[in-house]
Design a protein around this ligand. Structure first.
Ligand code: AMP
Length: 191
């Protein structure tokens, strides 16, 4: 099994690239953002509880996303591994994931860090807002907050990956195809 963390700030292209990589390498794409939006859309009690936090661009509690991920991992068969998109977002989540994988005889094999500057991020998020329908994409102040939350709480996870010897920095600016090629090269280096 191969477990890849797709890492980078909001708007860095994690989702787009994860979907294509999952198809190419037979990985299950696990996006906590997508899972939470599905709860919201279905109007579940959990979705209702998380709605305001997500709309403000803050992080939902660690135990909520950790439980979602554990449940998906345990329900999956027939895949070569997992690609985690938007998770872990805190060092606590990263530690929980590492433990969860170890308990199941797996590990974090690779952490791909997409590097995109703030001006380009803001530009992409504004374009995405026109089509995504996401409340948290529509407002510049919320986008700024999401980037600030990323820098404060999520970026420290890169150090966690560095210490584990699994993090690889990838230039996230260019065409989708070029960036995909760079990501594939990193994956193939560890296969
Ligand atoms: P995303 O689609 O990954 O940008 O996630 C959208 C929103 O869902 C985030 O701004 C958070 O409010 C919430 N969220 C998604 N993944 C996580 C996570 N791993 N930890 C905490 N909150 C999350």
């Amino acid at each position: 099994m191969i477990n890849i963390l797709m890492f980078g700030p909001p708007g860095s292209g994690k989702g787009t690239q994860s979907v294509t990589l999952a198809g190419k390498y037979n990985l299950l794409h696990l996006s906590t953002g997508d899972m939470l939006r599905a709860e919201l859309a279905a109007g579940t009690p959990l979705g209702k509880k998380m709605e305001a936090i997500m709309a403000a661009g803050e992080l939902v509690p660690d135990d909520v996303v950790i439980a979602m991920i554990a449940q998906k991992i345990d329900a999956t068969t027939g895949k070569a591994g997992f690609i985690f998109d938007g998770f872990p977002r805190t060092v606590e989540q990263a530690e929980a994931l590492q433990k969860m994988l170890e308990e199941r005889g797996m590990k974090i094999d690779l952490m791909l860090v997409l590097e995109v500057n703030d001006t380009e991020l803001m530009d992409r998020m504004k374009k995405r807002a026109l089509v995504s329908g996401r409340a948290d994409d529509a407002d510049e102040a919320i986008i700024n907050n999401r980037i600030a939350v990323y820098r404060a709480k999520t970026e420290p996870v890169i150090e966690f990956g560095r210490k584990a010897g699994v993090s690889r920095s990838v230039d996230g600016v260019g065409s989708i195809g070029d960036i995909f090629g760079r990501l594939c090269a990193q994956i193939e280096a560890i296969l």
